[in-house]
Design a protein around this ligand. Structure first.
Ligand code: UFG
Length: 327
């Protein structure tokens, strides 16, 4: 049996890191990406690249048959929360309707293994922290709802068609490939560490701190920042487990450690040796005070071990990529 993985969204931020991780260990990879936000130059050269849409069932079936695909890692999707509030139907189309189409095509083509990118924002904001996988769900944005809908489709497809799957719920993904081959490239990214890196390089005048009156130790928002390289490694473990016959399951991907905005700012200052200009701003609508994972399930079941969890390493890699990417 051939072992070829189809990676949708493999030209995107997390997808491109996972493609490098797969190629680095010698796996065979086909990338399907419509390049709506992805960057082709960030796809590892040893992957087969197909430009196209995940909802193109004919194309998906052709790829599966031609290359002997046995597993799919589905990253492709829209990820900007405020954009999803402005244009929810576009998000339901891209993240739900197209995912449904992809799932049907791969099931019909005989693929039995599927890994799906989900998000910590499916959890209820009042669920106890750290969040275990069984914590109450109450997604509030169309983005988060679209991800939970896709999780449900996958669960049903697992029962009905034997599509064994792993759902990975990402916490706050940050940083870039330590070898500098890829990183976060979207110009309008709103993520804290990406923006802080831009400020550190003088590309933005200052970093806004959105809210200092949260019920957190220093009043600023607390998140569980995970290095994208550790997240890519989690996908490889999930893939190996599925190929080894593991049953369908959902895993949180985070370190189980909360860091405040101010702690991140201090981390940036340590990395650069310079003060980071900040401006205290109002809370950003929809931001929960705290999001921290309980990653014990993935650690116990897959033996996942963070290898890049120092906040300064995460920040330094983000700054290095920012410097390389936007010269
Ligand atoms: N923040 C600032 N200033 C900024 C940007 C962010 O103070 O310029 C603060 C936010 O208020 C929050 C924290 O930094 O407290 C993290 O914010 P991010 O925008 O980096 O990340 P979010 O937690 O809002 O959301 C991210 C992704 C979502 C994803 C979610 C959970 O943007 O797509 O993580 O997975 F759903």
């Amino acid at each position: 049996m051939s072992n070829v993985v189809l990676v949708t969204g493999g030209a995107g931020y997390i997808g491109s890191h996972t493609v490098y991780a797969l190629l680095d260990r010698g796996d065979r990879v086909v990338v399907l990406d419509n390049l709506s936000t992805g960057v082709k130059a960030q796809v590892g050269k040893d992957a087969i690249f197909v430009q196209g849409d995940v909802a193109d069932a004919g194309l998906v079936k052709k790829i599966v048959a031609e290359h002997g695909v046995d597993a799919v890692i589905h990253f492709a999707g829209s990820i900007v929360v405020p954009e999803s509030v402005r244009d929810p139907l576009a998000y339901y189309d891209n993240n739900v309707v197209k995912t449904r189409s992809l799932m049907q095509a791969v099931v019909e083509a005989g693929v039995k293994q599927f890994i799906f990118s989900s998000t910590a924002t499916v959890y209820a904001s009042d669920a106890p922290q750290p969040l275990a996988e069984a914590a109450a769900k109450s997604p509030i944005s169309p983005y988060a709802r679209s991800k939970l809908m896709a999780e449900w489709m996958l669960e049903d497809a697992g029962h009905a068609y034997g599509l064994r799957h792993m759902v990975l719920r990402y916490f706050n993904v940050a940083g870039a490939d330590p070898k500098g081959r890829t990183g976060q490239s979207s110009p309008n990214a709103t993520h804290l560490i990406k923006r802080a890196a831009m400020v550190a390089l003088g590309r933005l005048p200052q970093l806004d701190i959105f809210g200092t009156d949260y019920p957190t130790p220093d009043g600023t928002g607390v998140r569980d920042y995970i290095h994208v390289t550790d997240l890519a490694a989690a996908h490889l473990l999930a893939l190996d487990a599925l190929r080894g016959g593991a049953a369908s399951v959902t895993y949180n991907c985070g370190y189980g450690r909360g860091m405040s905005v101010r702690e991140v700012v201090r981390g940036v200052e340590k990395v650069t040796g310079k003060p980071l200009p900040v401006r205290i701003s109002d809370r950003r609508a929809g931001d929960p005070p705290t999001l921290i994972s309980d990653p014990s399930r993935i650690k116990a079941a897959l033996g996942w071990k963070p290898a890049h969890d120092g906040i300064e390493e995460i920040i330094a890699s983000a700054i290095a990529w920012e410097q390389r990417f936007n010269r």
